[in-house]
Write a protein that binds this ligand. Structure first.
Ligand code: COA
Length: 381
């Protein structure tokens, strides 16, 4: 069975003090239901609603609020890859013929938590017994990774800034982005230190947001709406903690998920029009590009600085600002990436449009490449 996205819905990412987790999920879900196709399943991607909103059981809760009472509904969790893993579940339900249409909503409310609790919540993606126990935050682990990456590859501080610079430029014309301001490498390298050598502008922000996508079978494709085909969906896992791996700079989970995804989709790497990558920190964006083979090892930041990954470059990345500037409401991010790929492939990306976009890749990670989900989407023929 061929699988398509029929419609998507987004909320702006940022501080939503006057909206609850459910309000955000419903807002995005309603927008995605505008295609008038009735879903027969609801799947929610979310990482830490129990901590941020004292709320679990999100499937039934959001289903009731969306008028979908009676439908099967449940939550999928895989840390920051919760959104894409929820989408993977929807894809497989439709692909197998078990469902005709699944509404997937990624939602996260992070700003209601005090900063130290956000840090604690994010650290739950790492081992409680070993990594959390010694007090290592996610930013701290990525700081160590960035130090190693710079040492091993000779990447300079200014070169590391090149991916955040692209993200911020693309986000200027993205209405849903958290930070819509262009920056220079100097802004990154002079911003305050978060975890040496990572600075404020190397890091994805903390924000609230929800994104939704309606996944349908080929039987529901019609002229009445714009459809995008999901050509493949691949999930891989790695050694749980980064320090357990033979090569911390190789991101084997991203590499394997990507290779499997493009081979299943039968799309040669050279034909990919754009990639939405998981740049939670500038260093994770760089290593991801190298793991997928778009840049040689150690050259991702140099390639970015030379324009390869800009909106008008050879392979545009993060076309609406990526995690760094569009924002990273963790459990929702994977669905934001899918929604952005949908906008590109249906030529609804406005000023952010990649000309002639035919195939798009999305890469969403939980932990530091611990769970990685890669999707390949194509414009419907
Ligand atoms: N990039 C740029 N500016 C940022 C920013 C970011 N990532 N995060 C916050 N800011 C800005 C705010 O807008 C605010 O600006 P203002 O003073 O002009 O209003 C200022 O910096 C302070 O904001 P605040 O919310 O107090 O920041 P913070 O110091 O509490 O948090 C980080 C900054 C980087 C520590 C936080 O965003 C963070 O932890 N990011 C990583 C999240 C993460 O690990 N995600 C999961 C990865 S898989």
């Amino acid at each position: 069975m061929r699988v398509f996205v029929a419609s998507v819905g987004l909320t702006k990412i940022g501080d939503h003090w006057n909206k609850s987790l459910v309000d955000l999920a419903v807002e995005a879900g309603r927008k995605a239901l505008s295609s008038k196709i009735e879903p027969d399943y609801l799947i929610i991607g979310n990482m830490f609603s129990s901590l941020a909103a004292s709320q679990e059981h999100l499937g039934a809760l959001v289903a009731d609020s969306l008028g979908l009472k009676g439908k099967p509904a449940f939550k999928v969790e895989a840390a920051c890859a919760s959104g894409a893993t929820a989408f993977h579940t929807a894809y497989n339900l439709v692909k197998s013929g078990a469902s005709e249409s699944v509404l997937v909503i990624g939602v996260e409310k992070m700003r209601d938590l005090e900063p130290e609790y956000v840090s604690q919540a994010l650290a739950m993606a790492e081992s409680a017994e070993y990594t959390q126990f010694v007090g290592a935050s996610f930013a701290a682990l990525n700081g160590l990774l960035a130090r190693l990456y710079m040492h091993e590859t000779g990447t300079t501080r200014d070169e590391l800034s090149s991916i955040p610079v692209i993200d911020h430029k693309n986000a200027v014309s993205a209405w849903h982005a958290q930070f819509r301001k262009e920056i220079t490498p100097e802004v990154v390298s002079r911003s305050s230190i978060v975890a040496d050598p990572l600075r404020l502008f190397d890091c994805a922000p903390v924000g609230d947001g929800a994104a939704a996508a309606l996944v349908v079978s080929e039987r529901l494709v019609s002229e009445a709406s714009k459809f995008v085909e999901v050509l493949s969906s691949s999930v891989c896992t790695n050694n749980f903690s980064i320090y357990e791996r033979d090569d911390m700079l190789s991101f084997s989970s991203t590499r394997e998920a990507f290779e499997k995804a493009i081979s299943t989709a039968s799309v040669p790497k050279g034909k990919i029009s754009f990639a939405e990558i998981h740049d939670a920190f500038s260093v994770t964006g760089a290593i991801s590009l190298e793991a997928m083979g778009f840049s040689k090892k150690g050259f991702a930041c140099k390639d970015a600085a030379e324009g390869k990954y800009s909106l008008n470059g050879e392979l545009p990345i993060n076309t609406f600002g990526g995690l760094k500037a569009r924002g990273h409401p963790v459990g929702a991010t994977g669905i934001y990436q899918i929604a952005e790929a949908y906008l590109q492939l249906t030529e609804q990306a406005g000023e952010n449009q990649v000309k002639g976009a035919r195939y798009g890749v999305t890469q969403n990670m939980g932990g530091i490449d611990t769970t990685t989900v890669v999707h390949v989407l194509g414009s419907a023929e």
